[in-house]
Design a binder for this molecule. Sequence first.
Ligand code: C2E
Ligand code: MG
Ligand code: MG
Ligand code: MG
Length: 284
Amino acid sequence: KLDGRGTFRFFEPAMDARMQARRRLELDMRQALARREFQLHYQPQLNLADERLVGCEALIRWRHPERGLVSPLDFIPLAEEIGLIVPIGEWVIRQACRDAASWPRPLSVAVNVSPAQFKSDRLVETIVSALSHAGLPASRLEIEITEGVLLQDNEKTLHTLHRLRALGVRVSMDDFGTGYSSLSYLRAFPFDKIKIDRSFVSDMEDKADGEAIIRAIAGLGRSLGMTTVAEGVETAEQLRRIRAEGCTDVQGYLISKPLPPDDLLRLLAAGSPFPRTPPVSDPS
Ligand code: C2E
Ligand code: MG
Ligand code: MG
Ligand code: MG
């Protein structure tokens, strides 16, 4: 009606359906914490020098009573938009610290922290309290941020990052290379770890450029004293090349899919059944 008489809007029913679906998801998500529908799965990260696990990334899962398992890609953006990421993210941090404290080995645990969590002012206090309740040393907690975090309110974000660093928490740059100015962020803050985006790893086998980019990022990490993790490693061939290009760590389905906490405990108890690769100098 705002558009005046005689104007038709054929797409309105479809838009309405989408709005309703979104509204439904929002309502469900508001209940999900209280109903304990969220879970954390853990994906191991392997150090290539000694072929030992160094840590795990916590990845949220939503077990929806009707929809089944909902991917974080389908609800984290909405949670962020409506501010619900703050309580959800707080739960993630507390749960990840509790779980990590129960592991039989002192692996680090990495938690993804989104832009809205940084804006909330509560992040540092939440982390301090989660570490102390769980009895987890700060040095075992890592936070992963993407370029989106640094795009907003830069001064304040950097201040928060430095406060976390002062506590002993490590900071990783996630999805490196996918944004517009990844390089300038490396200059803005001394990250501990660069996580090379999965897209570069999957490009490697069919595009020569993919491998060159991985080599360059690994070199950058070495020069800056940062760990470089290749994400999304799925094949032995990818692993072989990543090792040859000098990345320090890998994460991906080849090593392990993200695991429910009990499966991770079993894996940690069983030792290290990981794919061995021939040394780089091996002529085969
Ligand atoms: P991310 O932080 O880059 O996490 C890596 C994603 O790659 C995970 O997807 C993981 O399951 C997937 N992955 C790992 N290895 C492989 C592989 O070899 N092949 C393929 N195809 N995929 C692989 P997931 O769990 O669906 O999470 C997607 C994104 O959702 C995450 O990307 C992160 O940005 C966000 N996310 C997940 N959990 C949380 C959370 O607790 N808080 C926040 N704020 N965001 C989260
Ligand atoms: Mg991540
Ligand atoms: Mg990533
Ligand atoms: Mg991502």
